[in-house]
Design a protein around this ligand. Structure first.
Ligand code: NAP
Length: 310
């Protein structure tokens, strides 16, 4: 397993993390706790040390499952959780953190992230509260999620001794809107990109389109799964499939490897069981050739402006 620093912090995280929205067991079809626990344990056995969760995932269930699994190895794992965007008032934030600490069976969070901004709440108050939590030793580092560059700059301006170490945003081989401005900014500022939906919520696995998703599945409201997009993406996926045959690595692994190769980008694929976790973690330790990367870029440019993904 390769490791990298999280932003300018001293935290050394595995270059792939584990996304634990699925561990919340809501919105992803039938999820079995014991399967998710096996996914977490297998990931750790394979060298993964970075797990991303949030208080909203399954209304705390994801954090509870993680808390149970890691209770005896707490200090070996870097836990990132998130305060919901509707809990950013200081008193709510404090309550949110206490809840997360309890469910995660720990007395500190390594990376505490603001899940999404709330423009109606004073960002200054939120950031000052987060800084106090860090000074009190309840959290080690502060991260953001779904923040724009302006919002990140504003958030940073309220911190006296600390800096933001990461922004968690959507990024995958077909949804690359952050490349224009966000990615160069984060690279320049040495703020890590934590890439969510790195497998385009499973679209890159060839398993789904709108017709075979349950009404309660979170992907039912993801525009990416529209018939039009699926048709557009098909030729791009077939290039990935060709390269996959050349390299012996699956399309899922190519897609994750492509993200890791950006540098400063840490993908956090969600996994529902041991098999998925194992496949995902085999996507580091090798690189695509320049010719293979060029084939991917050329095909991507053909579809880039036609995709409708928001
Ligand atoms: N900050 C935010 O606003 C935000 C938003 C979204 C996600 N996140 C975080 O990012 C994590 C990952 O994003 P995501 O869950 O949206 O999407 P994702 O990681 O792109 O896709 C996850 C889905 O892909 C499928 N999958 C994963 N590994 C596979 C494999 N090896 N083979 C076949 N299928 C595989 C599974 O689908 P099936 O379950 O159908 O098998 C899984 O549920 C989340 O768990 C969460 O921690 C954060």
């Amino acid at each position: 397993m390769e490791y990298t620093n999280l932003g300018k912090s001293d935290l050394k995280v595995s270059v792939i993390g584990l996304g634990a929205w699925q561990a919340g067991a809501k919105g992803w079809g039938k999820i079995v706790d014991s399967d998710v626990k096996n996914a977490i344990l297998t990931s750790i056995e394979m060298g993964l040390n970075f797990i991303d969760t949030a208080e909203v995932y399954g209304d705390g269930h994801s954090e509870s499952v993680i808390g149970e699994v890691i209770k005896d190895i707490r200090d070996e794992i870097i836990i990132a959780t998130k305060a919901s965007g509707s809990h950013l008032k200081p008193e709510y934030l404090e309550r949110a953190l206490d809840g997360s600490l309890k469910r995660l069976n720990t007395n500190y969070i390594d990376l505490y992230q603001v899940h999404w901004p709330d423009i109606y709440i004073s960002l200054k108050d939120t950031m000052k509260t987060l800084e106090k939590m860090a000074n009190d030793g309840k959290i080690r580092y502060i991260g953001l999620s779904n923040f724009s560059i302006c919002q990140i700059e504003e958030a940073r301006s309220y911190l006296s001794n600390l800096d933001i170490v990461s922004n968690q945003v959507r990024y995958n081989i077909i949804q690359r809107e952050i490349e224009e401005e966000m990615l160069p900014y984060l690279n320049r500022e040495k703020i890590s990109v934590i890439a969510y939906s790195p497998l385009a919520q499973g679209l890159l696995t060839f398993k789904y389109d709108y017709s075979n998703l349950e009404p309660s599945d979170v992907r039912k409201s993801n525009k990416l799964f529209s018939e039009q997009n699926i048709r557009l993406i098909a030729p791009f996926l077939s290039v990935l499939r060709d390269i996959s045959l050349e390299t012996g690595h699956s399309v899922v692994q190519l897609a994750l490897n492509w993200l890791i190769s950006r540098g400063n980008v840490i993908p956090i694929p969600g996994a529902r069981n041991r098999d998925q976790a194992t496949i995902n973690l085999q996507s580091n330790g090798w690189r695509l050739s320049p010719e293979q990367n060029k084939k991917i870029e050329d095909k991507y440019l053909e579809i880039k402006d036609k995709l409708d993904t928001f």
